[in-house]
Design a protein around this ligand. Structure first.
Ligand SMILES: Cc1cc2nc3c(=O)[nH]c(=O)nc-3n(C[C@H](O)[C@H](O)[C@H](O)COP(=O)(O)O)c2cc1C
Length: 179
């Protein structure tokens, strides 16, 4: 599957099969995150792969919407940003680290799509609870929780592009900002 096919067929997975993920596939999707670009190549991300049932159960309790996906999927990957790695700002006004981690997370999601796996990016978690469940130190921020596994209803890469997206005219302009 090429990158455009993966982008077109990517859909957040809403129901997971509990089948385990073969270790090689898991390594491939984690490699996509590891190889991602970041500002000044600081690579401010860390990924915790949560496979243990009890730990996933406790992690699910830290999520207010979408926790059931963490219970269903055989694995949850939690992406963190390391604050000390990230002195960079965007245009001098916002911290850049969520961008770096987001780039890596979606690379991972596209690699998962190419492997026939599903993911669902969750942000509706309680940071303090996630910290407690995984033993995370201060200054390390969870950015995304990603249940990952085989979709219960795979689309085999043949689904139409996602619906509900704005038209090109609404979001793309040339030479000046018209909106
Ligand atoms: C940064 C980001 C955060 C998201 N957080 C959540 C979330 O907390 N809970 C959830 O159910 N879906 C979450 N999603 C999934 C989006 O809701 C989903 O991609 C969007 O509704 C488009 O869905 P569609 O591709 O099926 O049209 C998130 C997606 C992104 C990119």
């Amino acid at each position: 599957m090429d990158v455009l096919d993966a982008i077109r067929s990517f859909q957040p997975c809403t129901q997971f099969d509990s089948r385990p993920i073969p270790p090689e596939q898991l390594r491939n999707v984690l490699a996509a995150a590891r190889l991602s670009p970041s500002q000044q190549n600081l690579q401010p991300w860390r990924f915790v792969v949560v496979q243990d049932d009890e730990r996933r159960r406790r992690l699910a309790q830290a999520i207010s919407r979408g926790g059931k996906l963490v219970l269903e999927a055989p694995v949850a990957i939690v992406a963190f940003a390391v604050e000390e790695d990230i002195p960079v700002t965007v245009g001098g006004y916002i911290s850049a680290y969520p961008l770096d981690v987001a780039v890596a997370v979606h690379s991972l999601e596209l690699a998962a799509t190419a492997e026939g796996l599903g993911t669902h990016w969750l942000v509706d978690f309680n940071e303090e609870k996630v910290r407690q469940v995984l033993g995370v130190a201060e200054g390390i921020h969870p950015i995304a929780i990603l249940p990952i596994g085989y979709p219960l209803h795979p689309n085999n890469g043949s689904s139409p592009p996602p619906e509900g997206r704005k038209s090109p005219d609404e979001i793309i302009a040339y030479d000046a900002y018209p909106w």
